[in-house]
Structure formats: C-alpha cells, structure tokens
Design a protein around this ligand. Structure first.
Ligand code: GDP
Length: 310
C-alpha cells in the first residue's frame, strides 16, 4: 500500500474499523474513504456497486459486520446471518468487479468447532460442529471466508481472511443487552462501585476461558497483514493467552477499584468452554501484540469513564 492509495475501511464507526482508520492515519495514509450507515447501506447491493464504481478504492478493509455478545447472538440469530451475509457478499463481489487490488476480510474465532483441540489452529476450520449460541453468525463468517477463497481461486482476486480473537478497547459497545463480556464487566463493576452495591452479577459459571486482544493491536496486525500476507488460508490474530471469566472479573474489579463480591448467574449460558487461538503462523511472520491485558483494560476503563456513564 502506498500512502496515497485510496483505502476503503468498511465499518469505520465500529470498534475494529475505527481502530484501523486511526492506525492508517497515524502511518500517514492520506486517502482513506469511509461511509456512515446513513450514507451507504451495505446490505443494499445496488448502492454498494454504485459506491465502488464511483470511488474505485485500491484496498478494502472489510470490518463492517453485525456483531454482538452471547445474548444478542443467541436471541437474534436471523439478523446476524442475514445482515452479515448481505454485507460481505455485496462488498466482496463489488470489490472484485471494480478492480480492487486487495481486500482483507475480518472473520472471528467463533468459526472454529466448539470442541476443537486448543489452541485453535487455522486448519481446524470445518472439522466439527459449531457452538450453538453463535452458530448463525459463525456460518455467515465461514461463508465469507469461502467466498474470498473462491474468488481467489476462480478469478485470481487478491483477498485474504484474518480471524481475530475476542476484541476490546475504546469505542466498544457497552450496552448490557448486546455487548461482549469485557465491556459488560467494566460497566457493571463501575456502576456497582459508584452505587456502593455489595455485589456484581456475572453470567454463567465463570469457568469458560477467553482470549482478549486490544483493538489497537488488531488494527496493527490487519495493516501489517495487508502487506505481509497473501494466501488463501485463513490466519489467526490473537495473543495466544487466555483467562477464565472469573479471573477477568477479578482483574476488572481490581482495575476499577471495586471490593464487592462477584456472584454468578448460572441461568445464563456459558457458551463455548474455551476459545484460544494458535498464533504461531502470525508470530512466524514477525508480528506480536504490544498491549497487555491489565494495561488495555485500564485504558478502556479510562475511555469509558471519559465518555460519561450514560
Ligand atoms: P462469546 O465469547 O461469544 O461467548 O461472547 P461474550 O463475550 O458475550 O461472552 C463470553 C463469556 O462471558 C460467556 O461465558 C458469558 O456467559 C460470560 N459473561 C459473563 N458476564 C457477562 C456479561 O455481563 N455479558 C456478556 N456478554 N457475557 C458475560
């Protein structure tokens, strides 16, 4: 990528797209194109084609997606499969037809089978049944991976698919009905501290293990891979380390300065027991994360408090 190339970041208002734009700006890229949802509905095929014809980006970061935590995914699967299939199908096809030089598609670590061995190697894709709480979303992402691979094979289109682990950071969604666990715990524990509540409720048993990557690290890896990676196989992006939800709650409580009790609501689902990525392929290319979990949580908490706590 040259600094003057036209680069389209789809989904720039989201956690990932926003971080990619910040990263590109910091590196001195001068021709970054974005569109808000009101300006361009990515589920509208005709509008997406017209946008690509007019704008003719050279590079595309496909970070636009309908995303959510365990509750949103398990209660609204129809929205997750429909919107993600439409967005990615329109964008990948329009990118190919308008002559985009390279496209990077962002998947998710939930594409791997629920009971796959840990850590999750790229080759475990499509080797077993999915975790039911987010299978509709996962199938959409798997279709995107297959579409990128197929366009590469049949048309020689230069697309790559990267699989980030659970992400967090400034710009995250802190709505308790749709957020992921880390922003949810920051909000719940902060509110309990402010209100002087004696306890905070965490969903599930606290035993599932998750890996967390700061979104600035993800953006760094995505920009790196746009240049450094060119293969039809997917590539994982993570830290290679995980914590239990109970350990995460204790860490967030420590950062926030909350001394109350953590209680578990086991009527809520645990989801997949463990989701740790094998990141040896990415490390082999020379990339490693820079933001530690405690430091990243502290920075995200600071951002959350600065936003006003709604
Ligand atoms: P997942 O990684 O797709 O399962 O998505 P989440 O980030 O939503 O949930 C991860 C784990 O954290 C699951 O075991 C949840 O039950 C657990 N969890 C505990 N408390 C919360 C909460 O307040 N919100 C969310 N979203 N998850 C929570």
């Amino acid at each position: 990528m040259d600094k003057s190339n036209c680069i389209y970041v789809a989904g720039h208002r989201g956690l990932v797209g926003g971080a990619i734009v910040r990263r590109l700006e910091r590196e001195g890229f001068t021709n970054i194109v974005t569109r808000t949802h009101a300006e361009l509905d990515l589920t509208d095929q005709a509008a997406v084609y017209a946008f690509f014809e007019d704008t003719r980006p050279a590079y595309v970061f496909l970070a636009a997606a309908k995303v959510g935590g365990i509750l949103a995914n398990s209660t609204r699967p129809a929205e997750f499969i429909r919107e993600n299939l439409l967005i990615q199908t329109n964008l990948i096809d329009a990118a190919y037809h308008s002559g985009v030089s390279k496209l990077l598609f962002l998947g998710s670590s939930c594409i791997y089978p629920k009971m796959a061995p840990q850590p999750l190697k790229e080759e475990y894709l499509l080797t077993g049944a999915l975790e039911p709480t987010n299978d509709a979303y996962a199938v959409a992402k798997i279709a995107g991976i297959m579409m990128v691979k197929s366009y590469r094979r049949q048309y020689g289109f230069d697309g790559i698919s990267v699989m980030p682990t659970n992400l967090y950071g400034p710009g995250d969604n802190f709505d308790l009905t749709s957020s992921h666990v880390l922003p949810a715990l920051i909000r719940k524990i902060h509110e309990a501290k402010v209100a002087g509540e004696p306890s905070v409720t965490v969903w599930g048993t606290g035993t599932p293990r998750r890996e967390f990557l700061h979104v600035d690290d993800l953006a760094d890896a995505a920009v790196f891979l746009m240049s450094a990676y060119d293969d039809e196989e997917i590539i994982n992006i993570g830290t290679g380390e995980d914590v239990s939800i109970g350990e995460l709650a204790a860490l967030v409580a420590d950062v926030v300065g909350y001394e109350g009790e953590i209680v578990y609501d086991t009527s809520k689902p645990d989801g997949t027991p463990r989701k740790l990525l094998d990141v040896s392929k990415l490390r082999g290319l020379g990339w490693s994360p820079k933001v530690g979990l405690r430091e990243g949580i502290a920075a995200t908490y600071e951002w959350y408090v600065a936003q006003g706590t709604r």
